[in-house]
Write a protein that binds this ligand. Structure first.
Ligand code: BGC
Length: 257
């Protein structure tokens, strides 16, 4: 059994595909991430070609046998994508692990993007050493969620799709909804996030909410408006959480953990 110290993390999103080598001891990216626009249509083949390009870009830094972790914005069971919201529907029931392993010639593991971010925050970031239930939410094009209980991930919690007030929650409370509807940060927080997080805390009674996604860099502009029972903090790894978590989970997977 090899214990890898470096793995490559790649985060597939609706608008961009980002990757970076990850130092698994520190839980941090090594250098800058490399970003390529998501091809349209965003089929597995088209995205596969971009992923291969990103792996090639880091060939000097990442050992050739280092595992690769890849996130997708959807439900993934044992490396097989079951449902996607914001990328091409050809991903439904697609065996991501097998395709990427053939393409990259090494151990690859595909997981949900928010789950990856949650694992990174729980091991290296804002959820470190926390017991009980921590809920990581990512606010971006959609809303991603990860449930972490006593440091253990309960995968594929699709809490962005809760039906709230007759709407799919992410269509009203994601960061994309704020932009689309031209809401200020305060309006978005008070009218949308307040309702969303209240429903989630009343269903799950978590001990901590962590907020990730690109918008978490601006957390001071919206978190202070929320009145919740549960403490709510920005992700410590900010937008790197998905990449770092994907790499960490891929290393576990390669080691048979
Ligand atoms: C998907 C989730 C994903 C989230 C963030 C949602 O639309 O259903 O699986 O984690 O978007 O990308």
């Amino acid at each position: 059994m090899t214990t890898h110290q470096i793995a490559l993390g790649i985060d597939i999103g609706g608008s961009g595909i980002k990757g970076a080598p990850v130092d698994l001891v520190r839980g941090a990216m090594i250098g800058d991430r490399h970003k390529i626009e998501t091809p349209q249509p965003s089929t597995p083949e088209a995205i596969g070609a971009v992923v291969a390009q990103i792996a090639q870009h880091f060939a000097d830094v990442v050992p050739p046998d280092a595992p690769v972790g890849i996130t997708v914005p959807g439900v993934v069971e044992q490396g097989v994508v079951r449902f996607v919201g914001n990328i091409d529907q050809a991903w439904t029931d697609f065996d991501g692990d097998t395709m990427f392993e053939e393409l990259l010639g090494r151990s690859v593991h595909v997981i949900n993007d928010a789950d990856a971010a949650g694992v990174a925050e729980s091991r290296y970031g804002a959820g470190r050493d926390r017991s009980g239930l921590v809920i990581m939410t990512t606010l971006g094009t959609g809303i991603g969620a990860a449930l972490i209980h006593d440091g253990v991930l309960i995968p594929n919690a699709e809490l962005g799709h809760l039906e709230i007030d007759g709407h799919n929650a992410e269509s009203r409370a994601a960061a994309s909804a704020r932009k689309r509807e031209g809401l200020t940060f305060q309006e978005w927080a008070e009218e949308r996030l307040q309702r969303y997080y209240s429903v989630v805390e009343n269903l799950f009674w978590p001990e901590l909410f962590i907020v990730g996604g690109g918008i978490s860099r601006k957390a001071e502009q919206f978190l202070p408006f929320l009145r919740l029972r549960t403490p709510i903090v920005p992700a410590a790894l900010q937008n790197a959480a998905g990449i770092v978590g994907a790499a960490a989970v891929a290393a576990d997977h390669a080691a048979g953990r």
